[in-house]
Design a protein around this ligand. Structure first.
Ligand code: SAH
Ligand code: SF4
Ligand code: F3S
Length: 449
């Protein structure tokens, strides 16, 4: 494939990640890997010799983005175009089809093969077209370099893949079967992240609460055991995890929300829809009642917990009445935040060929109604925080001089004036709330962070 013209090895790179947090994590690991090869991170894509597009295949729009991006890169490049690598879930799903459609692409690398990126870059420099979408049994994690400098918050992938096969979803095909990283590897990486400056770690997995393994003493453990072990890490202030599946919400994990000090009161637990018939057609294996019961049990141990979710409108065959059942479950749960999407048929998934595909206009109208309700709930949740005193982990500068932005325990963005340093955990009085953020005043007398 391709013209066998050799080219200089790239000296600088730029990684652009789309999609979920796991892609953000993978993007950071690819950057570390390329830096380990002596390449430097370019300020922007325009200045990079190598551009890595770390793609998402979850919905049609997300998948098409890669091709418009490639078009833009080629158009912008004066003279020699940069080396282009397509990584992530589109790479896994479309493989060799990508360079056929976009000949400017030099490298295609799947989410389980990116530890081979240095070899693929070398092959591309020799003028070959390099492709690796293997899903090897050997863990890519072992082949990755040690974690480097971190901001105050870090992602840590502990689990990958999905065995749930919801009928609309590509993830089981792009990320493969569920695997759990070993206990010791996770604890070591968490320590390295804390040593490198992280104060908050978010444990990641497509089904993070399906994590299973053995601790150092050989005892079987679930995600709750892992969370309890990480709670003991000195220097770490906060723990979060995402994304969870209702079926894997164990008693132990629920209990942890009432007991583990560093575990933040936030739970992203997608229900997708409120109609039992639709949930069944989605192959979700929970129903509306069992989901609500789960939420009750979590709230019983942690009454202030912020609940987040994902929703799909317009799944094939969804009637107006069934859609309204989604509104009903949203009202019953009362969310702190949520993501919602129009159903997007994905090639190769069972739902794509089901009868009763819903017209775009109907989906638009349903999504608007659903989002209006979710926005109202989010604003209501934010307003209910006004008057509370809470810890805020300062993450970045705000727009105005002296302003800083951090996160509340419930994952709301909090803007504070006369900024404490980035990375500080400060006590803040929440004084105002908008739909998307809170305003806080740093309490003068601080406890030791
Ligand atoms: N593993 C997670 C997240 C998967 S992807 C989970 O099971 O919750 C994130 C969200 O994208 C899903 O929760 C779902 O709401 C949405 N999604 C997945 N496939 C989709 C599709 N074909 N069309 C529209 N939304 C989709
Ligand atoms: Fe996709 Fe369902 Fe797996 Fe989530 S649980 S990744 S929605 S198949
Ligand atoms: Fe997208 Fe792949 Fe994540 S399809 S949502 S990048 S697992």
């Amino acid at each position: 494939m391709g013209a066998a013209m050799s080219r200089p090895a790239p000296k600088s790179f730029h990684v652009k990640s789309f999609g979920c947090q796991m892609n953000v994590y993978d993007g950071a690991r690819m950057a570390e890997l390329l830096e380990g090869q002596g390449m430097s991170a370019a300020e922007s894509a325009d200045e990079a010799d190598l551009i890595v597009l770390n793609t998402c295949h979850i919905r049609e729009k997300a998948a098409e983005k890669v091709y418009s991006d490639i078009g833009r890169i080629v158009k912008k490049a004066e003279g020699d175009k940069p080396m282009i690598a397509v990584a992530g879930c589109v790479a896994q799903a479309e493989g060799a089809e990508i360079p056929r459609r976009a000949p400017a692409v030099d490298i295609v690398v799947g989410p389980q093969a990116y530890h081979n990126l240095p070899r693929l870059v070398a092959e591309a420099a020799e003028g070959k077209r390099a492709l690796d979408t293997d899903m090897p049994a050997a863990s890519k994690f072992d082949a990755l370099p040690k974690r480097r400098r971190q901001g105050p918050t870090a992602f840590l992938t502990v689990q990958e893949g999905c065995d749930k096969f919801c009928t609309y979803c590509v993830v089981p095909y792009t990320r493969g079967a569920e695997i759990s990283r070993p206990w010791a590897a996770i604890v070591d990486e968490a320590k390295a992240l804390v040593d490198a400056g992280a104060r908050e770690i978010t444990l990641l997995g497509q089904n993070v609460n399906a994590w299973a393994g053995e601790d150092g003493a050989g005892r079987p453990q679930g995600l709750d055991g892992l969370i309890r072990a990480l709670d003991a890490l000195p220097g770490l202030a906060r723990l979060r995890y995402t994304t969870s599946h209702p079926n894997d919400m164990s008693d132990g994990l629920i209990a942890a929300h009432g007991e583990v000090a560093k575990l933040m009161p936030f739970l992203h637990l997608p229900v997708q829809a409120g109609s039992d018939r639709i949930l069944k057609a989605m192959n979700r294996s929970h129903d509306a009642a069992s989901y609500l019961e789960l939420i009750d049990r979590v709230r019983a141990v942690r009454p202030d917990i912020a609940i987040s979710g994902d929703f799909i409108v317009g799944f094939p065959g969804e009637t107006e009445a069934e859609f309204e059942e989604t509104l009903t479950i949203i009202r019953a749960v009362n969310h702190a935040q949520a993501f919602s999407f129009k159903y997007s048929p994905r090639p190769g998934t069972p739902a794509a060929t089901m009868d009763g595909q819903i017209a775009a206009a109907v989906m638009d109208e349903r999504l608007q109604r659903l989002q209006a309700l979710l926005n109202e709930q989010q604003h209501g949740f934010n307003l209910a925080t006004v008057g509370r005193r809470c810890d805020v982990l300062i993450e970045r500068d705000g727009k105005k001089p002296g302003q800083r932005i951090g996160k509340s325990p419930w994952l709301q963005s909090v803007i504070v004036e006369n900024g404490p340093a980035i990375g500080e955990l400060v006590t803040v009085d929440i004084v105002a709330a908008g739909p998307n953020s809170l305003n806080g005043v740093v309490v003068a007398e601080q406890k030791a962070a």
